[in-house]
Design a protein around this ligand. Structure first.
Ligand SMILES: CC(=O)N[C@H]1[C@@H](OP(=O)(O)OP(=O)(O)OC[C@H]2O[C@@H](n3ccc(=O)[nH]c3=O)[C@H](O)[C@@H]2O)O[C@H](CO)[C@@H](O)[C@@H]1O
Ligand SMILES: C=C(OP(=O)(O)O)C(=O)O
Length: 426
């Protein structure tokens, strides 16, 4: 079990290029199984979740070649439409394969991805939608098997604007017969990115990024070259890191339009943020001011994936701030770890009240999930002494070479084995 050792007290300065978005790349890679020919997907981040996705694609019989951050995928012929259980279990995003494999091959068998530490994360809306598109669905022994000679268009109203369900259903509907209308669709930028990719392949998807998406089914999709959008959650994390360390940072390959509410909240905390095309400059002088209140919600609201890194900012603010998590029921597990470092946080159900402290102190802490890990790295950057963040595998799911990424801005972060960590803290 590896851990990150973060030496506190180094102000972040310098320039960093933001990598491609995990949450856009994953559904796009899944969608590539619908194309005839060799797809070329650019700016794919080098992350654990991406490695799991390419392993699954290879296991199904697709040819996958890596060339730096470009992936070449040829799924013209697949040997299997069953995703092995051990790979399904490694990440939730394996569920994205359900819609495209079913749409193109008429059959798919996957195991249930299960919940994770941030919440129960059911997939009922994915299944209800696929059923409306004409899939026969059998759920037995923890497996889901879907069949359909050809899916057909349908009107689907999602109970919740689920990102994953919207994406899975768009992918299933592009090869269906007739027109599909998805109402109360999620509006996250990654959905528009997926639709742009599908449309480049010959699909007819309109309205992605809005709450009604209309998909006119086509017969066949052709492989294309496509570049994934920048990762808005990594951008937001690095912005928060610049603020918490009172730094001066320039981020390249960003899209400020995807981060409206995040930029406003950091300005409220006192950050000076300037935007010039895809370049963002963040400068912070002094302690962050308290942020009156943040409530996570669906896009374009405040993203749940940035709730925990922002909690670190608020933990060291010069006053009291409030956060309400309304998307995932279990996303406050970083609170106990931040408290170990000296943060003063009271939680009442889904709301946390943070009384900013002037100093955090380094401690051994555990990342319970990806973004909780990011929050603890940020806390380690400003803490007095060294912070050891355990369970780094969660962080590796979403931040490419995390210690190098922060290191480029002057942070001192080392990756240690468990034995090295124990020796360092004895
Ligand atoms: C790979 C990816 O893109 N992951 C993102 C995606 O996850 P994901 O697509 O899993 O998140 P959803 O938008 O589906 O989840 C939103 C809410 O809907 C609920 N729900 C969802 C599906 C369903 O069938 N039934 C149901 O009840 C979930 O439990 C949750 O409470 O959006 C989340 C919300 O912005 C982000 O935190 C994740 O980073
Ligand atoms: C929750 C997240 O991702 P996933 O849906 O892949 O678990 C995340 O990126 O913060």
């Amino acid at each position: 079990m590896v851990c990150l050792a973060i030496e506190g007290g180094h102000r972040l300065t310098g320039t960093l290029r933001i990598h491609g978005a995990k949450n856009a790349a994953l559904p796009i890679l899944a969608a590539s199984v619908m194309a005839y020919g060799e797809s070329k997907i650019q700016d794919v981040p080098d992350l654990q979740d991406i490695r799991v996705m390419t392993t699954i694609l290879r296991q199904l019989g697709a040819k996958v070649k890596e060339e730096g951050t470009t992936l070449h995928i040829d799924a013209t012929v697949l040997q299997s439409t069953e995703v092995p259980e051990h790979l399904m279990r490694q990440m939730r995003s394996s569920i994205f394969l359900m819609g495209p494999i079913l749409a193109r091959f008429g059959h798919v068998r996957v195991s249930k991805p299960g919940g994770c530490s941030i919440g129960s994360r059911p997939i009922d809306l994915h299944l209800k939608g696929l059923h409306a598109l004409g899939a026969m669905i059998k759920e037995r022994h923890g497996y889901i098997e879907c069949t359909a000679t050809r899916l057909h268009g349908a009107k689907i109203n999602l109970d919740i604007p689920s990102v994953g369900a919207t994406e899975n259903l768009i992918m299933a509907a592009v090869l269906a017969e007739g027109t599909t209308v998805i109402e109360n669709a999620a509006r996250e930028p990654e959905i528009a990115d997926l639709a742009n990719y599908l449309n480049a392949m010959g699909a007819k998807v309109q309205g992605a990024g809005d709450d009604t998406v209309v998909i006119e089914g086509v017969e066949r999709l052709e492989a294309v070259q496509y570049r994934v959008i920048p990762d808005r959650i990594v951008t937001g994390t690095m912005m928060a890191a610049a603020v918490v360390t009172q730094g001066d940072v320039t981020l390249l390959n960003t899209n400020a339009a995807h981060l409206g509410v995040v930029i406003n909240k950091l300005r409220e905390a006192g950050a000076e943020i300037t935007i010039d095309g895809d370049r963002m400059h963040i400068k912070m002088e002094g302690r962050p001011k308290p942020i009156d209140s943040i409530k996570t919600t669906y896009y374009p609201g405040f993203p749940t994936d940035l709730q925990s890194p922002f909690m670190t900012v608020m933990s060291v603010a010069s006053g009291t701030s409030m956060v309400t998590e309304s998307v995932f029921e279990g996303r406050f597990q970083h609170v106990s770890e931040l408290r170990r470092m000296g943060a003063k946080i009271k939680v009442d159900l889904r709301t946390a009240l943070m009384e900013g402290v002037s100093e955090l102190t380094g401690a051994v802490v555990e990342a319970s999930d990806l973004r909780a890990g990011a929050a603890l790295i940020l806390a380690g950057l400003v803490a007095n002494g060294t912070t050891y963040v355990e369970n780094v595998h969660h962080i590796d799911r979403g931040y490419e070479n995390v210690e190098e990424m922060f290191g480029l801005l002057g942070a001192k972060i080392r990756r240690l084995t468990h034995e090295e960590r124990v020796a360092a803290t004895e």
